[in-house]
Ligand binder design. Structure first.
Ligand code: BGC
Length: 375
């Protein structure tokens, strides 16, 4: 396990940690931003970071629903704990994210929480954080090849894939059947370290059924590199599936679409809606995005995996507090996530199976969505 020495904390950060819980009065202001940059920042009017502890939160994009929820939750929870928050969204543009992180460092952020657009492209900004001894928590997506990363907080990404794979096995009773079924696979962004974990989690369970011919992938596209979806884009997943449908499923039903997440599942669902006449396949997803949850309710998507972003935000806020006060940081995995410089101590939250039968309890009763949002 990688040893992370965080003993050299900024004096300001230490002093400021005493403010935690004191409820600094904050005011939301729009900060000037580069073209295409989505910015949201809170700062005590007229103050500098020296007056309090400031946490920089770098999120990838506002285009996908989950990151808006993650950003909102982080901001709310950090502010409730008394921190100043500099929350930035980078429109899925790597260079924008690098500049945003550099600005956070220059403006005196004491801790950085970063959900990387591309895990391997934050080198410069990470070097700068390391030089200034600013602790970095990789949020949901691991930052690769940098020893500036102190901790990683995410969901159990391999398990997400397993939940999807096991669902397909159970739904089709693959262990006992003598039938064969057609399946196509849509995975995530190759620049996102999570994408391989999701794919492997499902593939490791389904491989034996592909190998013994129970699951037939007519497109022949099985390897991660063949089924990946750059930037997790719905449109890319849609156009790829349109091609697959017209080439392979004009006269035959497609039984299963293993999709790594909801944005790609939505693309597949759009392709099916316009290019497919047969019986609707089993479709997997992840995130319980609003559009996908509606599709689950309408019978167009079979399942999703709920990752309660409130739980992740609470855990990260707890870790920020522990880092700043020099306490032992709460981790539950010190083996799985090697970012190329060693294993990063991680906290993995539990992903939960979701479908049309349990969504009310998971999503509405828990206050994650209102009933109206799903109409
Ligand atoms: C997250 C998923 C999300 C995907 C696309 C991944 O890193 O873990 O929850 O669906 O990015 O935003």
């Amino acid at each position: 396990m990688k040893k992370k020495l965080l003993s050299v904390l900024l004096t300001g950060a230490l002093a400021a940690s005493m403010f935690v819980g004191c409820g600094t009065s904050t005011e939301t202001t729009d900060t000037p931003s580069d073209a295409g940059t989505e910015t949201e920042s809170t700062e005590e009017a007229g103050s500098t970071a020296a007056g309090g502890t400031k946490v920089g939160v770098a999120m990838p994009t506002k285009d996908l629903q989950r990151w808006n929820q993650d950003g909102d939750n982080m901001k709310k929870e950090l502010e409730a704990a008394g921190y100043e928050v500099d929350l930035q969204y980078a429109s899925n543009d790597v260079q924008t994210q690098v500049s945003q992180i550099e600005n956070m460092i220059n403006s005196g952020c004491n801790v950085l929480v970063v959900a990387a657009i591309e895990g391997s492209s934050l080198g410069e900004a990470m070097d700068m954080a390391a030089e200034k001894d600013i602790p970095v928590i990789a949020y949901d997506r691991l930052i690769m090849n940098s020893d500036a990363v102190s901790y990683y907080a995410t969901f159990d990404n391999y398990k997400v894939g397993q939940v999807q794979g096991q669902y397909i096995i159970d739904k089709l009773d693959l262990e006992n059947t003598t039938d064969t079924f057609t399946m196509e696979i849509t995975a995530g962004d190759p620049g996102d370290n999570n994408a391989g974990f999701f794919y492997n989690g499902a593939y490791d369970l389904l491989k034996e059924y592909i190998d013994n011919g129970t699951l037939v992938v007519k497109s022949g596209q099985i390897e991660f590199a063949e089924v990946a979806t750059p930037a997790w884009a719905t449109e890319t997943a849609q156009s790829r599936m349109e091609t697959i449908l017209s080439s392979n499923y004009a006269n035959e039903d497609l039984d299963v679409c293993l999709c790594s997440n909801d944005s790609t599942a939505l693309g597949v669902e759009n392709a099916l809606a316009s290019n497919y006449k047969g019986e609707y396949p089993i479709i997997t997803g992840q995130d319980c995005d609003i559009e996908n949850t509606k599709n689950m309710i309408n019978g167009k998507q079979s399942m999703s995996v709920f990752k309660d972003t409130r739980t992740l935000a609470s855990q990260v806020v707890k870790m920020v507090g522990q880092i700043l006060s020099g306490e032992e940081v709460d981790v539950n995995d010190t083996e799985t996530y090697d970012n190329g410089t060693g294993v990063i101590p991680s906290y993995l939250c539990e992903p939960v199976f979701a479908d049309a039968d349990n969504y009310k309890e998971l999503l509405i009763d828990s206050g994650y969505y209102t009933e109206d949002q799903l109409k």
